[in-house]
Design a protein around this ligand. Structure first.
Ligand SMILES: [Fe+2]
Length: 274
C-alpha cells in the first residue's frame, strides 16, 4: 500500500495544496500509511507452501511426475531465500519427506530448518515419521528450529495458527473409514482451536493438509468448524497436477478465503497469507 492509494487524500497529491493546514493533514496521513506499510510488508509476513516431498535420504525421483518437479528442492531453496526473511513465518502444510522413519528424514528436516524464517510444520499423509501422539518429542528435539503443529497452536500477532492433517474421501477407502478419519481429524483440530482460545486468541488461520472438502462438496466438517470459530483463511495442500487443482474450495466462500498451496500448484514459490 502506498499513500497514493488512500482515495481520501489522493486528490491532494494531484492538486497543489493551498494552505499549511491541508499540507499538514496530507503529510500526517501519508506518514501513518507508511508506518502501516512497513509493519505489513517489511517487519513480518506469513507464508505457506505444501508438499515439499523431499528425498535427500530416500530413493524417490520426483521428476517422473512432470517438469515442475525437476530439481524442485533447488526451487524451494531459491524461492524461500528470495521471499522469506528471518522475521517471517513459513507454514509447511504437510508431506515434507519421503523418509518413513525419523532417522530417514534427518536431511530433509535439516534442509527445512535451514530455510529462512520460523518454520511451522503440519502433518501430511506421507509424514509417517511423525507420530501425532509424540508431537511434543519432536518439538523438544527441534526446539527453536522447527515447530510441529498438532493438537497445539502457534501465535502469529493477534492470530492463532491452528491446524491438523484433515481428511477427505478420495475413493481409496470405504465411506465408513473416511468418515472415521474425518471425525478423528476434526477432534484434533478442535484441540488446536481450544488450546488457542484458552490463551485468549479470537482470530484464527486454519491449516489442513488435505483439501477441506471432497470433490463436488461445498460444506464439510472442516468448513463448518472454520465458520464456527470465525476463521478468516483456510490453507490446504495435497492436490497435485492440473486436473486436481480445483478439487476443493478456492477464493472467498461464505466470508472465508480458501487457498491451495501445494508445491507444484505454486511452482514451489511460497504464498503470502498475511
Ligand atoms: Fe498429501
Amino acid at each position: 500500500m502506498s499513500c497514493r492509494r488512500n482515495s481520501g487524500t489522493e486528490k491532494y497529491f494531484t492538486k497543489k495544496a493551498k494552505s499549511r493546514e491541508v499540507k499538514g493533514t496530507v503529510l500526517l496521513t501519508c506518514f501513518s500509511v507508511t508506518v502501516k506499510e512497513i509493519w505489513e510488508n517489511t517487519i513480518m509476513a506469513l507464508y505457506a507452501l505444501g508438499d515439499l516431498h523431499l528425498a535427500f535420504q530416500a530413493e524417490k525421483r520426483m521428476d517422473r511426475f512432470g517438469k515442475v518437479w525437476v530439481d524442485h528442492e533447488k526451487k524451494i531453496e531459491k524461492n524461500c531465500n528470495k521471499l522469506v526473511t528471518d522475521s517471517d513465518t513459513l507454514v509447511l502444510v504437510g508431506d515434507h519427506s519421503w523418509g518413513k522413519k525419523l532417522d530417514k528424514c534427518q536431511l530433509d528436516l535439516e534442509f527445512i530448518a535451514d530455510l529462512p524464517g520460523r518454520k511451522i510444520l503440519l502433518r501430511g499423509n506421507h509424514d509417517t515419521f511423525w507420530n501425532p501422539k509424540k508431537t511434543q518429542a519432536l518439538n523438544d528435539l527441534y526446539k527453536g528450529r522447527l515447530f510441529f503443529l498438532q493438537n497445539n497452536f502457534y501465535p502469529y500477532g493477534e492470530y492463532a495458527l491452528v491446524g491438523t492433517k484433515g481428511y477427505c474421501y478420495e475413493g481409496f477407502d470405504s465411506r465408513a473409514h473416511a468418515e472415521m478419519l474425518v471425525e478423528r481429524e476434526a477432534k484434533r483440530l478442535k484441540l488446536s482451536f481450544e488450546a488457542a482460545r484458552a490463551e485468549g486468541f479470537e482470530k484464527f488461520i486454519m491449516f489442513l493438509h488435505y483439501p477441506p472438502t471432497e470433490i463436488g462438496e461445498r460444506v464439510s466438517r472442516f468448513t463448518l468448524m472454520a465458520g464456527a470459530y470465525g476463521v478468516s483463511q483456510v490453507i490446504y495442500a495435497h492436490c497435485h497436477g492440473k486436473e486436481r487443482f480445483h478439487d476443493s474450495l478456492l477464493g472467498n466462500v461464505d466470508g472465508i478465503r480458501y487457498s491451495l498451496v501445494s508445491g507444484d500448484y505454486l511452482d514451489f514459490k511460497p504464498m503470502r497469507i498475511l
